[in-house]
Design a protein around this ligand. Structure first.
Ligand SMILES: Nc1nc2c(ncn2[C@@H]2O[C@H](COP(=O)(O)OP(=O)(O)OP(=O)(O)O)[C@@H](O)[C@H]2O)c(=O)[nH]1
Ligand SMILES: [Mg+2]
Length: 404
């Protein structure tokens, strides 16, 4: 069973590395995201450690000298939780635990934990539980599980304690049981999706916290939970929306993140089928986030993994109200214009010029440019609708012609 215990801001230390592929700014940005994940999981970051290295140490992730520095810090500050910004191998986890003698979490663990906390329906819970078991199986030797599980806290929401301690067989049995349960649910969901008929299906996709649910609420007058934390949505909501005279189904579902644990991608198969079976994707982007271009890449990578990268797509740049850029003084002849100086218009031109997908710039919260949004979505849906219902073409008005 997934347990949920209330913790008052567990103090945590974050650990990341600087490599050839990840300079100090990038490493810091990634730690910012890890801190946001920690906050979402109910923790509070008190210190960050970064180490420069060519590759992560296969035994201890960071170097032993660094680990000693971290050990001294956590001992003198009474810290019980250390979080690494990558997935640790079973061996790394074991070695680090021996040295630091406290709760060690990694990025995957943290994301799984948030998913466990967020899972509302038994369906979502089953999917998360499967992912947790898959993650846990090769890592059963954690020293702290026995003691810490009773206390609860981040990383502790998961299959119950006796199962972890006793043996792997029980976890394996549990995995096959959960898989069977999911197969049954998958079938049921597939039937449900089929019953929705031939209506055009549009899916909101994008990085977590970009405003997908907010946009869903604006377009469909529904009431999907939205908040400024990561992974607010785990379940799928489908609404029928009509723009002018064309009806279609709009789906809001789980957000993506950099390095989304593979266990989750696999066990969320049925949830992700909503995306896989969609006719049109609305890829929502938070343009006010300094890393939004990275976000686009991460989302495209996951779309590629689930064979959905070639679908008709509209890029919806959201949160234009919150976009900020730096300016170069007129008398400053040294600073060269770079992306941090781009105005919204610069970004519009850049993305429009790529001509890969239609682009939109909106603010879901202020309902800015929503008419443009409705028009572009109408045009794209209409293209698909025409091929699906070829005899109904007398139905289509031009978007610009006045309707009543
Ligand atoms: N400034 C600004 N904030 C927005 C806008 N749209 C959404 N937000 C805020 O962004 C946060 C995340 O919004 P959600 O709609 O929950 O985002 P989501 O993409 O559904 O997130 P997940 O379900 O976690 O993947 C909330 O605090 C929203 O109020 C916008 O246009 N401008
Ligand atoms: Mg959402």
């Amino acid at each position: 069973m997934i347990e949920e215990k209330k913790v008052t801001s567990e103090e945590a230390v974050l650990i990341g590395i600087i490599t050839q592929h990840q300079d100090i700014d990038k490493a810091n940005e990634y730690l910012d995201e890890l801190a946001f994940l920690t906050l979402t999981a109910g923790g509070k970051v008190v210190k960050r450690f970064l180490q420069k290295m060519d590759n992560p140490n296969p035994k201890t992730f960071v170097g032993t000298g660094k680990l000693e520095e971290i050990r001294q810090y956590i001992v003198s500050n009474n810290i019980e939780t250390v979080i690494f910004d990558d997935e640790l191998s079973a061996a790394q986890l074991r070695n680090i635990e021996k040295i630091l003698n406290c709760k060690i979490l990694d990025r995957t663990n943290l994301i799984l934990d948030i998913f466990a906390k967020r899972a509302q329906t038994s369906y979502a819970r089953t999917q998360v539980e499967l992912a947790q078991c898959e993650y846990m199986l090769p890592r059963l030797t954690r020293l702290w599980t026995h003691l810490e599980r009773q206390k609860g806290g981040i990383g502790m929401r998961g299959p119950g304690e006796t199962e972890i301690e006793t043996d792997r067989r029980i976890i394996r049995d549990k995995i096959s049981l959960l898989k069977k349960k999911l197969v049954a649910i998958d079938k049921q969901m597939a039937v449900q999706r089929k019953n929705r008929g031939k209506l055009v299906r549009v899916a909101l996709v994008g990085y977590t916290n970009v405003g997908k649910s907010t946009l869903m609420n604006v377009i469909s007058k529904s009431d999907v939970f939205a908040e400024n934390k990561l992974f607010a949505t785990l379940d799928t909501t489908v609404r029928k929306v009509v723009i002018r005279n064309i009806p279609f189904l709009l789906t809001d579902t789980v957000g993506f993140i950099r390095k989304l644990p593979t266990q989750l991608v696999e066990s969320f198969k049925s949830t992700l089928d909503e995306v896989r079976e969609a006719d049109l994707l609305l890829h929502v982007i938070d343009i006010s986030h300094p890393n939004f271009e990275d976000h686009i890449k991460s989302v495209n990578q996951i779309l590629d993994e689930i064979e959905s990268i070639n679908k008709p797509t509209i890029l919806v740049f959201n949160k234009i109200d919150a976009y900020e850029h730096q300016t170069i003084d007129e008398d400053d002849l040294v600073t060269e214009k770079s992306k941090i100086h781009y105005t919204l218009e610069d970004w519009e031109k850049t993305w429009m010029n790529k001509q890969e997908h239609p682009c939109l710039f909106i603010s879901a919260i202020n309902k800015e440019n929503m008419e443009d949004f409705r028009k572009k979505v109408f045009e794209e849906v209409k293209k698909i609708h025409i091929t699906r219902f070829p005899y109904n073409d007398f139905l289509y008005e031009e978007y610009d012609t006045e309707v009543e």
